[in-house]
Write a protein that binds this ligand. Sequence first.
Ligand code: 5RP
Length: 227
Amino acid sequence: MNNPTPINPKQIAGERAAELVKDGMIVGLGTGSTTAFAIQALGRRVAGGLAILGIPTSYQSAFLAAECKIPLTTLDEHPVVDVDIDGADQIADFIAIKGGGAAHTREKIVAMSSKRFVVVVDESKRVDVLNHPVPLEVLPFARQLVLKQVAKLGGNARVRMGVNKDGPVISDNGNFIMDADFGAIDDPASLGEILSQCTGIVEHGIFTNVNKVYIGKKDGSVDIMET
Ligand code: 5RP
C-alpha cells in the first residue's frame, strides 16, 4: 500500500487564505515559507484568469510573484491594499511577532496599508503568551544605543548574523536586524509602543493589527479565527 502524502500545515494554511482573494483586488504578498504557498496558489489562479495586482513585502516575495507571473504594483500607485496575507513567527490571539525573515519593516508597512491583514501559520506558532525574541530593524549607526535601550527595558538584544554570509544580516532596506529577547511578553501592545519610541529602531516585529488567522494543523484541518 502506498503511503499517503504527508500533510504540510503551512501549505494548507497558505492555500486556504489565498481563497480570500477575489478578482480586482490589490493583494499584499508576505514573506516566508507559509506565505509562499499562498503566493503559489494565487499564481495558479492568475494563470486561470484571476485579475489581481500584488504588492510584495520583500525581494523574496517579489521574486516568487514574478516566477508565478503575478502582476505587481506599488504602494505609490495603490496606497490601499484590499487584503494582505503574511506569516508569523508566533501568534497569541490577534497579536503576532514577525521578522524571522528580516522583512518585518516592509511587512508592517503593507499590513498597515491593508483593509484586512491575514496571518497564516502552522499550529506550532500559536501560543497563549508571546515569548519569541522580537526582531528589530536597526540603523547600523545606532547599534550600541539600541543594545543599551533594549537592556534598559529588561531585554537582551543580539545582532542577527548571516548564514552563508560573514557578519550581520543586512535587511532589504540596508539595515541591521537584532533579535531582542524579553522572555514572556505579558503586554505586547505596550512593549511595541515603547520600542517604537526608541531612537535608532526603524521598526519592530510586534504586529497588533491582525484581522484573521489561518492555523494549519497536522490532522489536515485549518482553524480560522477572525476579529
Ligand atoms: C518574515 C516573516 C515571516 O512571515 C515569518 O518569519 C514566518 O516565516 P515562515 O512562514 O517561513 O515560518 O515575518 O520576516
